[in-house]
Structure formats: structure tokens, C-alpha cells
Ligand binder design. Sequence first.
Ligand SMILES: Nc1nc2c(ncn2[C@@H]2O[C@H](COP(=O)(O)OP(=O)(O)OP(=O)(O)O)[C@@H](O)[C@H]2O)c(=O)[nH]1
Length: 326
Amino acid sequence: MAIELDTYVKGVLGGKRAVIARAITLVESTRPQHRSLAQELLTELLPHSGRSRRIGISGVPGVGKSTFIDAFGTMLTALGHRVAVLAVDPSSTRTGGSILGDKTRMERLAVDPAAFVRPSPTSGTLGGVAKATRESIVVMEAAGYDVVLVETVGVGQSETAVANMVDTFLLLTLARTGDQLQGIKKGVLELADVISVNKADGPHERDARTAARELAGALRLMHGKDAFWTPPVLCCSARESTGLDGVWERLEQHRTLLDSTGRLAARRRDQQIDWTWAMVRDELLGRLHADPEVRSLTPELERQVRAGELTATLAAERILEVFRTG
Ligand SMILES: Nc1nc2c(ncn2[C@@H]2O[C@H](COP(=O)(O)OP(=O)(O)OP(=O)(O)O)[C@@H](O)[C@H]2O)c(=O)[nH]1
């Protein structure tokens, strides 16, 4: 049964879980009638949002993200925080099932009354999934969650999308030393504000500490002496819940520094502008691909480009010409 705008607003602001879940479903929906209601809801909620720590968490599959978020989130709720877990997993749009943010992977947090775990939206492009997650952040903040963790897999463009919606980005990694350091993608290192080497327990602990020292040295070189912030490299064990307080301390330190220097507000404003243009790009591209004339022209144009009968530049011009006049 459909519910009214007012019921959504009151339910979300009152922290009612069932209404929060429905509000997120509404925000994720791509149906035109849902989209306008979702925008009305977000407009009402916006004045109550913005007060959380928005933290992105990334790391390759196997690094222990679920175990980490379960333990880290549980530590935070014990400290009195209210924790929301969202996810951006564009691969789930292909498989139809969400891998990240799955409640069964976070057993303690899933049943914690001070936490709310939401799997990645499963429909649309990365742009669509990112938009739904950004808007879900507004819902969670209005509902009183003061820590929002946004999880993503350590592959592809999804990390950049997440870095662009959070204040601080945490990268989880495993013990690698020397040459293996090269294995960590530079692009991901550039996004990271705090790095933690997970599984620093039992026989792996020494390797983890060595790897952390080496990585910290590499980052100091990368960032230079006068950098505003050089990402600290810590060690933790998600399984044994050790080192998690240190990770939290550094995340808080980074955010406090951003806030006290005015960078936090500026960063969030810049993100709004980036999102605006990202949405314009997505919408335009969607319309272009749906355009009947473009669709009918495409196979022949592609054939000609492949056969070397037409340059890519001319083919692009033809497509835009048809779209403009179509
Ligand atoms: N020794 C040790 N093992 C860990 C730790 N954290 C996670 N693991 C193990 O690593 C494996 C992968 O952990 P998951 O939490 O599923 O993490 P993930 O592979 O990043 O998976 P997704 O979260 O599904 O992407 C599991 O077998 C965990 O038990 C840790 O701190 N120490």
C-alpha cells in the first residue's frame, strides 16, 4: 500500500525502521511517479541531514570487509553511536543479487538495534546505484544515524564514486611487502585517507606490521613533507577486534582536521556540483542510447568504423547530428 509523504517524513525523523527501509526503496526506485515523491521526501529531509561522519570503506574481495564492518560497527554502537551501512556494488546489477551490505555477512550488526544495514541497490548503472546511495545517506542522517559507512568492492570505478560521496575514505589491505606493494593500485592509494592492514593476528601479525611500515614510507614519499594530510597506515584484526579503536581515532582525526580548516564544507559543496553534472551526463547518455534514430543508425556506423570505411570522429559526429535533430 502506498504511504503519504507526511508519513514518510515523520517515520524517518522518528527513526522508525520499517519506514526508513521503505523510504530507501522509494529513493532507489526508477519509476517516474516514485521519483517525484522521492525528491519531495528528500527536500523535506535535507535540513535534517549532513550531521554524520560519512566514511567510505574499500578493499579487494578476501580482505575481510564484512568481518571488519561487523566488528567496527559493533564497537561504535557500544560507544553510543548509531551506525548505518550502505553499499555500492555495481556488479550486483548484473547478477541481480547484492553481494555487498548483505545482512547475513554482518551477523552482529544486522541484529543491533543501533545499526541499520542496507544492501547495495540492485538496479541500473553505476551512476544509478551511486545516486541511490547518495540519497540514502540523506535518509539515514535524517533518521539520526551519526556514522554512515559506505562499502565498496576494490575494483573498477565504484571506488571513485564512493570517494565522491564521503568525507573520509578507509582502505583495507593485506600484508604485502616490497614488490607486492606495487600490487596495490595507485589510483586507490590516492583516494585513501586512512589505510589499515587487516588480519594482523596470529602468525601474520609480524608481516602485517612490516608491510604497514613499508607502505607508510611509500606514502610519505608520494605525498611529500608539506602535505595537508599523509594517510596513516595502521594494523588491525577484524576477527579479533584489535586495532579497531586506532582506526576510528585516525578517521576522526582526519575529519576534525577537514572540519576545522573549512575543507569539509567545501568538499561537500564540490560533491554536490559533481553529482549535478554526473546526473546530467547519465541522463543525456541514457536518452542518446534510447533515441530511435541513433539506435537504427548505430549498427551500420559501427560496421563502417570496424571496416575502416569511416573514422571514429566522423562516426561520433553523425551520431550527435542525428541525436540533435532527431
Ligand atoms: N585471520 C583473520 N582472518 C580474517 C580477518 N578478517 C576476516 N578474515 C577472514 O577472511 C575471510 C574473508 O572475510 P570477509 O569478511 O568475508 O571479507 P571479504 O572477502 O572482503 O568479503 P566481502 O566482505 O564479502 O567482500 C573470511 O574467511 C574471514 O574469516 C582477520 O582479521 N583475521
